[in-house]
Design a protein around this ligand. Structure first.
Ligand SMILES: NC(=O)c1ccc[n+]([C@@H]2O[C@H](COP(=O)([O-])OP(=O)(O)OC[C@H]3O[C@@H](n4cnc5c(N)ncnc54)[C@H](OP(=O)(O)O)[C@@H]3O)[C@@H](O)[C@H]2O)c1
Length: 450
């Protein structure tokens, strides 16, 4: 089995590389393009005819299902290849594509990074997190992929720095398989998940995964395999409930049997959706210095890219996105603290200096001490019967460091279902950014009567 010992790593000498990327227009490929470019590398994107990504240095046309079309794409100036294009379904075709892409690198020690996936591990059972040393046991949809992995790793003997990355279920940027959960919740009117109640997916944020590809092409050792997993075993029931939030569907998640899932998605994908796995991404953290930082999959679904908010008063761009994300995290903290009756965490969202809060019942609280006294009195025990969810709907930047935020508050049961006969609230927050953190300066909650 390949190992991931730090001693086998190639030193990071800070060299900028020209990297050929297949699958470069895709969901993961777009993020990898961004992160490679941000790290200073030149991306040569291979596509069957898609538009070039803004971060590419150059575009090449090729079709990995037609390996003959790949002849000559890996020119002598290509210093590394990341192969992200999906399998064709034919082991011989995929092997020929690997051959065409890897052969020009032989004897150079240059990296060839192949993208597999955690589904090659099969169901991991109740055991602890499975690592890269575990044997493969692929489910049908990836039946021959371990053989392709071995074919890639065999290039090590030919003087190629051959590396395999196995991503978990990728989320973020509003896409990936979790987007299917959001669409299903919307179309079915109830959040759904698949197979059995306890199913868990290893998950990874697409931007974290992209960082792992950068680390792999820069410095992973020859013959190594890495699990691209941020959270080892995310309960899919929780993902489904969060997907319901993203879809605006507040209901307890419903589990669809494998048989019914197969009718909807086909038997091969149904088995994948119902696969229960717990997979460790610790090796890449320890040996490659990979630091997944993105929000968890549930948080991303509830208050991230799957549910955009209206933003006014600030230019479009990554800086505004980052501020809006920070504001949404603050509102998520309000929800979490309230749902779990955490008085101190609830109070920590308020500014210390002269905050004001008018409650949904019209009680006006002035100053931190008054708000603290009120919270200590009313929050403990308040969530025994039911709770509420808070969704940011609109952010108006009055100044770069002052934001007016419209929130939708809906009463829910503890299973996440909407309590139909209780009215919504319309919290309105004036937030202030001080010392790098957003805090509530003023808040008013109003019951929505229609
Ligand atoms: N998404 C996940 O959760 C996940 C998890 C584990 C592993 N993976 C693996 O990661 C890889 C990328 O996944 P993804 O989700 O980013 O897929 P994707 O969004 O479907 O993107 C794949 C890209 O590959 C290109 N492509 C497709 N067929 C091709 C062909 N015959 N020749 C050349 N290019 C082709 C397409 O670009 P053009 O149309 O421009 O040619 C497409 O944009 C796949 O191997 C997948 O199995 C994905």
């Amino acid at each position: 089995m390949p190992t991931n010992e730090a001693s086998r790593l190639v030193p990071d000498d800070g060299n900028v590389m020209k990297v050929l990327l297949t699958g470069a227009t895709g969901y993961i490929g777009s993020a990898v393009s961004d992160h490679l470019a941000a790290a200073g590398h030149q991306v040569v994107g291979l596509t069957r005819g898609g538009e070039p990504h803004p971060s590419w240095h150059a575009r090449l046309i090729g079709d990995t299902a037609e390996p003959a079309s790949l002849a000559g794409v890996v020119t002598p100036d290509i210093e590394g290849v990341i192969h992200l294009a999906p399998p064709s379904g034919d082991v011989d075709v995929d092997t020929a594509a690997i051959e065409a892409l890897a052969a020009p690198l032989r004897g150079t020690g240059r990296p060839f990074v192949y993208t597999s996936g955690v589904w090659v591990l099969g169901a991991t059972g109740e055991a602890q997190e499975v690592d890269e040393e575990s044997p493969t046991d692929p489910i049908g949809i990836v039946g021959y992929r371990p053989r392709i992995e071995q074919r890639v790793l065999a290039e090590t003997a030919e003087g190629v720095r051959a590396v395999v990355v196995r991503p978990g279920i990728v989320y973020g940027r509003g896409g990936g398989i979790p987007a299917i959960l959001v669409d299903r919740a919307r179309s079915q009117g109830v959040p759904e998940y698949f197979g059995e109640e306890g199913v868990r997916w290893p998950t990874v944020h697409v931007d974290d995964l992209a960082e792992l590809f950068v680390a792999a092409v820069e410095r992973a050792g020859a013959g190594t395999v890495w699990h691209g997993v941020g959270e080892s075993a995310t309960p899919v029931r929780d993902l489904a409930r969060a997907a319901g939030r993203a879809a605006g569907v507040l209901a307890a998640p419903h589990v669809l049997s494998v048989e019914r899932t197969a009718e909807e998605f086909g038997p091969l994908f149904a088995d994948a959706l119902a696969l229960d796995q717990s997979v460790s991404g610790a090796a890449a953290r320890a040996a490659l210095g990979w630091q997944p930082a993105g929000p968890g999959a549930v948080a991303e679904l509830v208050s991230g890219s799957y549910r955009p908010v209206e933003v006014f008063g600030a230019p479009e761009g990554p800086e505004t996105d980052a501020e809006v994300a920070a504001i949404r995290r603050l509102v998520a903290e309000i929800e979490h603290a309230q749902q779990n009756e955490l008085v101190d965490r609830f109070l920590s969202v308020f500014r210390r200096e002269d905050p004001v809060w008018t409650t949904g019942h019209g009680k006006r609280l002035s100053g931190f001490e008054e708000i603290a006294a009120f919270t200590h009195k009313v929050l403990p025990g308040a969530m025994a019967e039911s709770t509420a969810v808070y969704d940011v709907e609109r952010v108006l930047f009055l100044r770069p460091d002052v934001a007016a935020v419209n929130v939708r508050q809906q009463p829910v049961r503890h299973d996440g279902s909407r309590i139909a006969d209780q009215p919504e609230g319309r919290p309105f927050y004036v937030l202030v950014k001080e010392d790098g953190a957003w805090r509530v300066g003023a808040a008013q909650n109003t019951v929505a009567v229609d």
